[in-house]
Design a protein. Structure first.
Length: 248
C-alpha cells in the first residue's frame, strides 16, 4: 500500500497546512478530527494528533473515535512508532494494567488511566495502601502533574526532612502501577512537577499525570476493547505484527 494523506481536510487554502502521511490501503473513509486556527498552530505544542477514543456527548468527535481501531502501540524507544490495530497487540507475559474510566467523576473524555499503589520520591516511599491514586499516562505531558493535595503533602514531607533534603525535590521519582505479574514501576529523573486543581465535580481522590519523562524509552500498548494497558522497557519490547493498518 502507498502512503495516503493524513490531514487531507487541511489541504484547503483557507486552513493551515500540516504535512503528514501514513501507510494504509486505498478506499478508506474521510475523517474530521480538528480544524485548527492560525493562532493555535503558532503556539508551542499547539497541534496534537489526539488518541483518545471515548468521550462524552458534548465533546466533539475524536480522531480515534471515528475509526474501528481498538488497540494501539506507542513505541517511545529508539524506533519511535505508532501502530493502530483492530486486533489485540499486548504480548503474552506482560503485566496487564487495568484501565480506569474517569468519566464517572466528570472527566469529559476517557483518559488512559490506571491505579498507582505507591510513589517514591528521592528514596522516600509513599505507600497509598487502601487509597490508590488514579494515574493518567499522557504522551502530551512533559513531566509530572498531580492533584494539589498530594503535591502539598510531598512538600510538607520534604520541608520536615522526611524526604531527604540533600538533593533537590523531585530528583528521582518512581511510581508503582497496579497490574498482574506484580505490576509495573516507571521512573523519571528531575521531572518538571506541577500541582493542578481537578475540575471534575465528583472527583474526591488524588491524581497523578505521568508524562514523557516517565515513559520515554518504553513501549505502551493499549487494548481498549478489553480495558488493559501494558508498559514495558524497550529492552523487553516484543516486535508485533498486527493486521494491515487501515486508511486513516
Amino acid at each position: 500500500p502507498s502512503p495516503v494523506p493524513l490531514l487531507s481536510l487541511l489541504s484547503q487554502p483557507a486552513l493551515p497546512q500540516i504535512a503528514g502521511a501514513v501507510r494504509g490501503v486505498r478506499g478508506g473513509i474521510p475523517l474530521v478530527f480538528g480544524v485548527l486556527s492560525d493562532v493555535l498552530v503558532a503556539r508551542p505544542g499547539g497541534v496534537f494528533l489526539g488518541l483518545i477514543k471515548e468521550r462524552e456527548d458534548d465533546i466533539r468527535p475524536t480522531f480515534l473515535g471515528q475509526t474501528d481501531f481498538t488497540s494501539m502501540q506507542i513505541d517511545l524507544s529508539t524506533s519511535k512508532s505508532l501502530v493502530l490495530s483492530t486486533r489485540p497487540l499486548i504480548a503474552r507475559g506482560h503485566s496487564l494494567i487495568q484501565l480506569q474510566d474517569l468519566r464517572v467523576f466528570g472527566d469529559p473524555v476517557q483518559h488512559y488511566a490506571c491505579l498507582a499503589n505507591s510513589m517514591t520520591v528521592n528514596g522516600y516511599k509513599l505507600d497509598f495502601g487502601d487509597d490508590p491514586v488514579y494515574t493518567i499516562v499522557d504522551t502530551g505531558t512533559t513531566g509530572l502533574t498531580m492533584s494539589r493535595e498530594l503535591y502539598e503533602e510531598i512538600l510538607f514531607l520534604y520541608a520536615s526532612k522526611k524526604i531527604s533534603s540533600k538533593a533537590r525535590l523531585w530528583k528521582k521519582v518512581s511510581v508503582s502501577l497496579e497490574g498482574t505479574e506484580g505490576g509495573v514501576e516507571i521512573e523519571a529523573r528531575n521531572p518538571i512537577t506541577t500541582p493542578v486543581d481537578i475540575p471534575w465535580p465528583k472527583f474526591r481522590s488524588r491524581l497523578l499525570v505521568l508524562g514523557l519523562s516517565f515513559i520515554e524509552g518504553t513501549t505502551i500498548t493499549l487494548d481498549l476493547k478489553q480495558g488493559y494497558m501494558s508498559i514495558v522497557d524497550k529492552r523487553q519490547t516484543t516486535r508485533l505484527q498486527p493486521d494491515m493498518p487501515k486508511t486513516i
